[in-house]
Design a binder for this molecule. Structure first.
Ligand code: CIZ
Length: 315
């Protein structure tokens, strides 16, 4: 099917079947354009608690589908591609993480939402890049914290909070780890007035170069409010679509991966979500995300704690 026809069919199926489509900022622009809600993990989690339709397609990676299912267990939650995984979630395997948690019984476990439902069941409170700093800061200094799974976000939080004793799981996002100081310095040479925006999943030397460090939602907001006209963006390239859309008069320059001479730094898992797969997902109601109820309940506590605290903090 041609793209225009696919778009029409997706619109028709959404309406006919009364299906909600949620999309993460890292998905392809064509997918974001058809979504009822586009956002980061925190926004999508809030949206999951407000769903009115019985069926929802999550255009994002697997843990995002799980988060929606955990928060909206009576809904039919669909993922257009079951292979849409997440390197961060994969870097934190349940059995190994359980041993780590059990070896540190007096720690409060803070896990990024980029984890499996099983890892969330071992977690006291989840966080996203939008609220990680606020959530860790909300814990009394006397409380020992075990943070998982992103070592770069953890190192950023340590630096911002002074919690040098925070125990950290050694995981990382393969997309954000591909950004290098060399590429940013090269781009800054070509665009000396550009502001550098970086995600806290990037390595520390990259963050040192940044004018603003934050989640996709925070970087988007910064780009909207800033008087600068050019931005060098060190996070997954999907967010550039929303940045450009809300600030058409500004220029957004993606940072390519270290080992490439051209192109954007795309997450291959996010980019598995194509229009064709979204169409098939709507038409055949595949692929359903299912979580065993006992596990769902255990995992739910950590996400609900995060949402409750985030609301209280006005995030
Ligand atoms: O929190 C999220 O959704 C991720 C994975 C990145 C971001 O900053 O939005």
């Amino acid at each position: 099917m041609e793209e225009a026809q696919l778009v029409d069919e997706i619109r028709r199926l959404k309406q006919e079947k009364r299906v909600a489509v949620l999309a993460h900022y890292y998905t392809a622009p064509q997918v974001q354009r058809l979504a009822d809600c586009v956002g980061d993990s925190l926004a999508l989690a809030y949206e999951a608690t407000r769903l009115t339709s019985e069926v929802v397609v999550v255009c994002g990676v697997h843990f995002m589908g799980e988060t929606v299912k955990i928060l909206a267990p009576t809904k039919k939650v669909l993922l257009p591609d079951v292979n849409a995984s997440c390197s961060l979630a994969e870097s934190c395997e349940y059995t190994a993480f359980k041993k780590f948690v059990e070896a540190h019984p007096h720690h409060t476990v803070v896990s990024y939402v980029n984890t499996s439902a099983a890892v969330k069941s071992l977690t006291d409170i989840c966080c996203t890049s939008s609220n990680a700093l606020a959530i860790v800061n909300s814990l009394p200094k006397s409380e020992k914290v075990l943070f998982a799974p992103d070592r770069n976000l953890a190192s950023y939080i340590k630096a911002q909070t002074g919690r040098e004793d925070m125990l950290v799981w050694d995981g990382a996002c393969h997309v954000h780890e591909r950004f290098s100081v060399e590429k940013i310095v090269e781009l800054k040479g070509q665009h000396p007035n550009a502001k550098v925006l970086a995600h806290p999943e990037c390595k520390k030397p990259v963050l040192i170069l940044a004018d603003e460090v934050g989640s996709t939602a925070a970087l988007l907001k910064y780009s909207q409010l800033s008087t600068a006209k050019e931005f060098i963006v060190a996070t997954e390239a999907g967010i550039l679509y929303q940045m450009q859309r809300s600030s058409p008069d500004k220029t957004f320059i993606p940072v390519p991966p270290t080992d490439s001479t051209c192109g954007c730094n795309d997450c291959e898992y996010m980019k598995l979500i194509t229009l064709q797969k979204l169409y098939l997902s709507l038409q055949h109601e595949v692929h359903e995300v299912l979580i065993e109820e006992a596990l769902r309940k255990k995992a739910e506590r950590s996400i609900v704690s995060m949402l409750d605290l985030s609301k209280k903090l006005g995030l």
